[in-house]
Design a protein around this ligand. Structure first.
Ligand code: COA
Length: 372
């Protein structure tokens, strides 16, 4: 006879005003604004402001926000030294998680509740610097100083490659980061909120979030998508490759979603951007391969691509190393995570989820000499 479920805790509800994932309508809104209209008309800095402050900035507010981002991009010298001491084979997501955790010890206001928005802006600004600093260190090159004239996405590409990106590349990454900036109570955001709800500091909550995002069925899926495309390589191998995955009951990276049952609303923008950038680099192969895979998975499994699918050929066309793909997601999501962490502090309630106890309730203690 099955053990009756024992519920020992009351459910703990989280209320949020930051973003809403509408699975019935396949919609996503940030602070009530449709993500599609933000992708078309806005930019990452404006969206980060919206997520943190609750409304779109006026021109002077946006100028001040951008100025604060630009002057805060450098990371402490001690963190650069720490990054330099890590194995050059380290996964970039592990380095980002470790560096963000270490940054708390270089910030005297880390435990303060007074300057949370300032800390959030600093961390949003610094995350790409951590990623490119490690990239140059592991390739035995000198890091490239951030350029305060450039926007957030353009500055990332500049500090990665050492040349100022053209407008098309900078805008593509900017839109991609607008689309990745928040997504309701997804696993990493929830994890961040749990840590914040225990009144731990923002760095601790972000460390939790980055560790969760790394997972291959969460943010880590974008890297897995590109590895799969590189593995398939040939358009004629799509069906055989897919058949093999399904035969072994393996998940196809970049497909399926817990909430959206139709197409993820961010996919059409990412598909278009991936196509445009592949055309620009005169290499349509990865886009055509992605397209064929998408058609085949929809036909064979009825599963739609999620945001991680087309962001893979997009990052590849931008020349971003494959093992850095998930850090791109993290850099963008810093805005959403920090917004949620601040909102959780305001809610001031410990998250203690309802769990069902399904184990035994009547067992005797057996002395060790009598155990079989
Ligand atoms: N490949 C193959 N089958 C998949 C699948 C995928 N990517 N995603 C879902 N399915 C299958 C499930 O195995 C399940 O099949 P079953 O009913 O025969 O057991 C069915 O579709 C329904 O799955 P669902 O309950 O909607 O999935 P979930 O909510 O448990 O999982 C994900 C959602 C995102 C974890 C899952 O789709 C997945 O692992 N996708 C691949 C990783 C990925 O792209 N992650 C990024 C998410 S944004």
């Amino acid at each position: 006879m099955a053990t009756p479920k024992r519920r020992l805790e009351e459910p703990s509800e989280i209320e949020t005003k930051i973003s809403f994932v509408d699975g019935l309508e396949n919609r996503l809104v940030y602070r009530g604004i449709d993500v599609g209209s933000l992708a078309e008309h806005s930019n990452y800095e404006e969206v980060a402001y919206l997520l943190l402050h609750g409304s779109l900035p006026s021109q002077p507010q946006l100028d001040e926000f951008k100025r604060k981002m630009a002057v805060n991009r450098r990371i402490p010298a001690g963190v650069v030294t720490l990054i330099g001491s890590l194995p050059h084979s380290a996964a970039p997501m592990d380095v980002l998680r470790t560096a963000v955790s270490a940054m708390a010890m270089f910030d005297r206001k880390a435990d303060s509740r007074e300057s949370l928005v300032q800390t959030a802006i600093e961390l949003i600004a610094q995350a790409p610097t951590i990623v490119t600093t490690y990239h140059h260190i592991r390739n035995s090159r000198l890091s490239i100083e951030p350029d305060p004239r450039l926007g957030h996405a353009a500055n990332f590409l500049f500090t990665l490659k050492g040349i100022e990106p053209d407008e098309q590349d900078a805008r593509a990454l900017d839109v991609c980061w607008v689309l990745h900036a928040d997504h309701g109570l997804n696993a990493s955001t929830f994890a961040a909120r749990v840590t914040a709800s225990a009144q731990s500091d923002m760095y601790a909550a972000l460390t939790t979030a980055i560790g969760t995002l790394k997972g291959t069925i969460h943010g880590g899926a974008n890297q897995k998508v590109m590895e799969m495309l590189l593995d398939i390589r040939d358009l004629n191998r799509v069906e055989e490759y897919l058949g093999n995955l399904l035969k072994h009951e393996r998940k196809i990276p970049g497909f399926g979603h817990r909430i959206y049952k139709g197409e993820d609303p961010r996919v059409s923008y990412l598909r278009r951007l991936a196509e445009t950038l592949c055309e620009k680099t005169r290499n349509m192969h990865w886009f055509e391969l992605s397209n064929k895979l998408e058609e085949t998975v929809i036909r064979e499994k009825g599963l739609y691509p999620n945001m991680d699918f087309y962001s893979a050929p997009l990052y590849y066309a931008l020349g971003i190393p494959v093992d850095m793909f998930t850090t791109m997601f993290a850099c963008s999501r810093m805005a959403g995570w920090t917004g949620h962490i601040i909102e959780q502090y305001e809610l001031n309630r410990l998250i203690r989820p309802l769990g069902d106890y399904v184990g035994s309730l009547k067992r005797e203690y057996v002395p060790i000499e009598n155990r079989k």
